[in-house]
Design a protein around this ligand. Structure first.
Ligand code: DGY
Length: 329
């Protein structure tokens, strides 16, 4: 019997791939520095029963139409805005993601970015390494306090709640805005639900964790930045297109807000001459929210497991298009 054909768009650890390799014919895009070119993905998908994708791979109608045998897409991320889930579902393809296993790791990174931006950690570390530290002085690289301030979380899912939990350890007041109220989170953490306007106007730290959808595209724009306090710090660990980057640049450059910590950009990798990267009050990271060796390993294993389950006609552990689940039950 021929083994199912699996294409993986980035090299994963041997350990994570081993069980899948025992039951499937696994092909991998092995280059470290470069994502799989579109034309190669289009060729591979013709043969594939399963795809293991990265958030940077665009899985659109053209690609799905080129995939006559495809049964499952396992995306190595909790977000799945890179996949046309509706169309995959129409085609009977299971779409899986990696929720839960990355919650605490992503919340840690979010809080680290918030602290780094507020306390100017990156600037300060460079200052020492560049030999610029000539003497101690009272206001040397003075940043903003985090403790006892107000944090406003936009997108109170699991990661939002984990960030809120960390914030309570810093004696912060927690506001949140979400499509629907998260009463359980309110009870667990003492977070208060507010309108987006109120959150933006009153928070010292505005943390964006909302998924990218048609409703959230461009959610943070010129108007929102104008409403923020001059001392506000904006943190984005969701997806770049949730923010109008030109408006953010203007707000930062003109002193309308105090700083920004960005793990994500509209175009990734962000161009090295992007205006946002010229600003001293911006801390920029290369989309590493869930990137700890432990968590990435667990995410890889979960993706491989989901593929194995679907290829075995079983329900995957973490399915995005729940309708698919019902149809195989
Ligand atoms: C995800 O999993 O969607 C995150 O963006 C990873 O950092």
């Amino acid at each position: 019997m021929t083994k199912p054909y699996v294409f993986i768009t980035r090299k994963l650890t041997e350990e994570a791939m081993k069980p899948l390799m025992e039951v499937a014919d696994v092909h991998i895009w092995n280059e470290e520095e470069k994502a799989v070119p579109r034309e190669i993905l289009l060729e591979e998908v013709k043969k594939a029963d399963a795809l293991l994708t990265m958030l940077s791979d665009k899985i659109d109608k053209e690609l799905l139409d080129a995939a006559p045998k495809l049964k499952v897409i396992a995306n190595l991320a909790v977000g799945f805005d890179n996949i046309d889930v509706g169309y995959a579902n129409q085609k009977g393809i299971a779409v899986c993601n990696t929720p839960d296993v990355l919650t605490d790791t992503t919340a840690d990174l979010t809080f680290a970015l918030l602290l780094a931006t507020a306390r100017r950690i990156v600037e300060a570390a460079e200052f020492v390494k560049n030999g610029e530290w000539k003497s101690w002085s009272p206001l040397l690289l003075a940043g903003h306090d985090v403790h006892h301030k107000t944090i406003g979380i936009v997108g109170m899912g699991k990661i939002g709640e984990a960030v809120a939990k960390r914030a309570t350890g810093f004696d912060m007041d927690v506001l949140y805005h979400n499509r629907s109220r998260n009463v359980a989170a309110e009870e667990r953490i003492g977070a208060s639900y507010t309108s987006l306007d109120e959150l933006v106007e009153t928070s010292d730290f505005i943390v964006c964790l909302t998924p990218l959808t048609e409703e959230t595209r461009g959610l943070f724009n010129q108007e929102s930045f104008k409403k923020m306090k001059k001392s506000a710090i904006f943190i984005n660990v969701s997806r770049g297109p949730v923010v109008d980057e030109d408006a953010l640049y203007q707000a930062l450059a003109s002193g309308e807000i105090a700083g920004a910590g960005l793990d994500v950009f509209a175009k990734e990798p962000v161009d090295v001459d992007h205006p946002l990267l010229t600003l001293p009050n911006v801390v920029a990271l290369p989309h590493i929210g869930s990137s700890s060796t432990e968590t990435r390993g667990t995410m890889m294993e979960l993706c491989c497991k989901n593929i194995q389950l679907v290829l075995n006609n079983q329900q995957p552990k973490t399915l995005v298009n729940k309708e698919w689940g019902l149809s195989v039950k």
